[in-house]
Design a binder for this molecule. Structure first.
Ligand code: ATP
Ligand code: MG
Length: 254
């Protein structure tokens, strides 16, 4: 049965690395428009789970459903075409372009016009207009949008990664520590961008900073040793003695 309120779902997902069970029978649901945090101690299996959602890794068992469609056997590229996107670290090529150029190229890639010598100028100018609106939506100034990505501060570069993901018009966006390596005062900017993404885009994000998690997540899934440990609203997670004991109370894990 297709439940149209569920953007992405896993059904009893399991994965082992040799004798190590890194994903244990995990069933999670990402609602349409979700701002959903995936948290857990180091090594809990958060990134491994994200890789199985994007298609980088194959689960040993279980299914991944995207908008009700079983995509477990789909490639990364097929999933992107179906609206499942994640951020990738900007590679060196993109660093030589401006954010506006990079996002325009990504849009042309989506529309199948990239690199075509005789692609219509109208399509190209439509792509540029769309790139301008994406770049503005992530709060980049018009001036920064026209500087080389390599010359932007690191926090701004991470924002451009989100803009590149948006160029594929995702319905589901997966963000594994989107503010990693960014000074604390700038990481809230990234999360403000995430909070203000279009309402129909479901976002699943991994984040270690609990202050950011509680500020921006509407729902939280806690993963411990590869298994779902707790799930609920930020209030329910904060009120849970088990979560506090195993996870939040132990600062060495956060
Ligand atoms: N390619 C691999 N081969 C073997 N074991 C792996 C591999 N990748 C990850 N692991 C192990 O799987 C477990 C889960 O790792 P994972 O990176 O998913 O954790 P995480 O929750 O993302 O941690 P962190 O918060 O540090 O990013 C860890 O025990 C890790 O050592
Ligand atoms: Mg990780």
């Amino acid at each position: 049965m297709i439940n149209s309120d569920i953007a992405l779902e896993t059904v009893s997902l399991s994965k082992n690395y040799g004798s190590l069970a890194v994903t244990r029978d995990v069933s999670i649901r990402l609602e349409r428009g979700a701002r959903h945090a995936l948290i857990g101690p180091n090594g809990a299996g958060k990134s491994t789970l994200i890789h199985q959602l994007t298609g980088v890794l194959r689960p040993d068992d279980g299914r991944v459903m995207l908008n009700g469609l079983d995509v477990t056997d789909h490639s990364v590229e097929q999933r992107v075409k179906l609206g499942l996107s994640r951020t990738f670290q900007i590679n060196t090529l993109f660093k030589e372009f401006t954010p506006l150029e990079s996002v325009t190229l990504a849009i042309l890639e989506r529309t199948g016009t990239a690199g075509k010598l005789f692609a219509s100028a109208r399509r190209e100018s439509a792509a540029i207009d769309e790139a301008i609106s994406i770049v503005r939506s992530i709060g980049l100034s018009d001036k920064d949008a026209r500087r080389r990505v390599a010359d932007l501060p690191y926090g701004r570069q991470r924002m451009v990664e989100i803009a590149l993901a948006l160029a594929s018009k995702p319905k589901v966006l997966l963000l594994d520590e989107p503010a990693a390596g960014i000074p604390a005062d700038e990481s809230a900017d990234i999360f403000n961008v995430i909070a203000n993404l279009p309402e129909d885009v479901a976002v699943l994000f991994v984040e270690h900073d609990m202050e950011l998690v509680f500020r921006f997540a509407k729902k939280i899934t806690v993963l411990v040793s590869g298994a779902l440990f707790f799930e609920g609203s930020p209030e329910a997670v904060a009120a849970s003695d088990e979560v506090r004991k195993i996870y939040l109370g132990d600062k060495s894990h956060v």
